[in-house]
Write a protein that binds this ligand. Structure first.
Ligand code: SF4
Length: 118
């Protein structure tokens, strides 16, 4: 049996979760106050995901970027590298897709802010 402890980040309460994963594959979550916490605990031991946010320099300033859905935690650095690699050769507006289906993950990188230097 593997036991892990997490703080649930699905709401500001931040319940302390204990997740036990048995050899049989059964997963038991305790410490949660609601179903969302149980789902989060199970996801953390099976396929942890994170929302990625970053800033990319442009010729005229910078743009803020964010994944539209949380990406697998193991792909975090590869996605950041892909964002860094992509050339910025046009003007972006908030809501534009900067990279569609990044690395085949079905996650889009969207523009959440445009910052022009004066
Ligand atoms: S278990 Fe429920 S109440 Fe507790 S932090 Fe997670 S979402 Fe919030």
């Amino acid at each position: 049996m593997i036991q892990k402890k997490f703080v649930c980040i699905r709401c500001p309460i931040g319940c302390n979760l204990t997740v036990k994963k048995y050899e049989s594959g059964k997963i038991v979550v305790s410490g949660n106050s609601c179903k969302r916490g149980e789902e989060y605990g199970i996801q953390e031991v099976t396929e942890p995901r994170r929302t990625i946010t970053t800033i990319k320099q442009t010729k005229t300033g910078s743009i803020s970027l964010k994944t539209d859905i949380p990406a697998k935690k193991e792909q975090y650095f590869d996605i950041l590298k892909e964002i860094e690699r992509k050339r910025v050769n046009k003007q972006f507006e908030i809501g534009d897709i900067f990279i569609k289906n990044v690395l085949g993950t079905k996650t889009n990188i969207v523009v959440t802010g445009v910052h022009e230097e004066k």
